[in-house]
Write a protein that binds this ligand. Structure first.
Ligand code: HEC
Length: 104
């Protein structure tokens, strides 16, 4: 599991770097705040493996992540900003072409 977490985190860092590179073209959910994705990647790495294994952004569709992250906001005691940032990260990092979740 440790290995998987490390891979996910380095993937997140890579995606964050790619996102910063292409920030101008991305249709950001938090359109006026291009750093939301980067903060979200950090908060996800910090918060989302405290109680269970890290969940892959590709595990759920964007619309399924929404209630899930709100649910986990309560569990994890996240601030509203952290919650929005993590949701932005999960939805942007979630490549539909690679979606292997059961809740497609
Ligand atoms: C304080 C502990 C805790 C933290 C922190 C936490 N979770 Fe959870 N998570 C749980 C528990 C407990 C469950 C099992 C469902 C339940 O009982 O609420 C769960 C279930 C899930 C599930 C399964 C689907 C569901 O909604 O039940 C997903 C996906 C998930 N967590 C993602 C995340 C993400 C993403 C984060 C970071 C924002 C996170 N979790 C942070 C405790 C936590």
């Amino acid at each position: 599991m440790k290995l998987m977490n490390r891979n996910l985190i380095s993937n997140a860092a890579l995606m964050a770097a790619l996102f910063i590179g292409g920030a101008g073209s991305a249709a950001a959910q938090d359109a006026d705040d291009p750093m939301a994705f980067v903060r979200g990647a950090q908060s996800w790495a910090d918060s989302c493996a405290r109680c269970h294994n890290m969940r892959d952004p590709a595990e759920f569709r964007d619309d399924v992540w929404e209630p899930t992250v709100l649910h986990m906001r309560i569990r994890a005691g996240l601030t509203g900003q952290e919650t929005r940032d993590i949701l932005t990260f999960l939805q942007k990092a979630n490549d539909p072409a690679d979606n292997k979740g059961e809740n497609k």
